[in-house]
Design a protein around this ligand. Sequence first.
Ligand code: NAD
Length: 366
Amino acid sequence: MIPSRCKEDLVMFAQMESAGLEDLHFATDPNTGLRAIIAIHSTVRGPAIGGCRLIAYASDADAITDAIRLARGMSYKAALAGLPHGGAKAVIMQPAGDYDRRALMVAFGQFIDKLGGRYITAMDSGTQVQDMDAIATRTHWVSCTSRTGNPSPSTALGVFEGIGSAVRHKLGRHSLCGIRVALQGLGHVGFEVARLLHEAGAQLTVCDLDEQRCARAVQAFGARRVDPGDIYGVEADVFSPCGLGAVLNDDSIPKLRSGIIAGSANNQLAEERHGEMLHQRGILYAPDYLINAGGLVFVALNHARAPAQDISAKVHQIGAELQALFRQADALDTATSLLADQRAETIIAAGVQTAGECRESAANTQ
Ligand code: NAD
């Protein structure tokens, strides 16, 4: 009989193998309460890059699953964005009770440094610029510090470009004026997406778990507010998920009354088969790791000290990349999510950077 603890371990290895993860690292530090995990999916194309979450997880297993699940998405995102990086994700389990946040981040910086540059961290849910500054006191392998800033506006700009591209493809409209968007989540990215859409003349219906954020959007953008549970059934041209992941599932998909899904949330599909389900229903889905790549582009190119205009140009390119994917998916009559996965896997399997990427990477790191 296998003790239950060993069974958990077996699940962990099975998860790693199924996600194609290279390695998984754990660190604890009793002095600061640090309990952290770094999941490295791939370093084939270069150092693995990806944000660090600080969340109160219900269990160790939940934290491990979150890190593994998100790391693969980061590899796909970096590959499709043509960045000379693999993907990774870090999670810090929020200590119970009072704790010294700066000391926690300094200890996490030491953990990252021990990996010798295999992993570069950045902001994610629950972490902020000040945390990255604390990490930077112990390691060079960190982005989103006070020097480089917050990636959310770049993510939002890429999502805005992606929504424009999807509307052109699906509705043949070249302007967002009058386009109806149902937007879920008004955090760092969602609120900025709402602002850009409002300035472009779109009509917004919004929801958030936080009432104050809804009230701000109603006041600033003339948005209509609905309860979080009602957002899926809103009749709109675009549904834009900018909250948490796994929102496209067996429950929500039948309720949807939008022909386009284009938002910032990571891991929007609860399972891969939900991408096919959207395709069968004739809903155009902008794959999450393609449309929300603006933040990663910002993080990676800032770390490489690329000029601001290069970063901006690459973020603006997201619309054109999506357009090409939509056309190819139509031609093959296949789900956009499947096609994007295949493309990313092909790029990662090829392993090497293209000559152009090598030149760009070398120029940026000098
Ligand atoms: P955030 O924490 O600032 O905001 C998320 C917002 O969504 C919060 O206001 C929260 O209350 C709301 N929310 C959560 N669940 C909800 C629900 N069920 N219904 C309605 N509202 C809900 O996060 P963020 O930085 O804006 O990121 C949003 C999403 O985009 C996340 O999935 C994140 O992983 C992804 N993402 C963010 C970036 C970035 O640059 N910040 C980059 C790529 C992907």
